[in-house]
Design a protein. Structure first.
Length: 57
């Protein structure tokens, strides 16, 4: 996995966590759900990168 990809995935996951926490704090279920979705998307990208790395070796 490239360093740029790792950084982007980590940033996306952090952004999702912040959105989820903000949604919980203000009682906004939509914002909370968006945050969880962003985290899941980041996890899926990261898993895909790990699979590509496994086939490179």
């Amino acid at each position: 996995m490239g360093t740029d990809d790792k950084a982007a995935n980590t940033a996306d996951k952090a952004k999702g966590k912040i959105k989820e926490a903000a949604g919980k704090a203000v009682g906004n279920e939509r914002l909370e759900a968006e945050g969880r979705a962003e985290q899941a998307k980041s996890d899926a990208k990261q898993a895909g990168e790990h699979i590509k790395d496994a086939f490179k070796h």
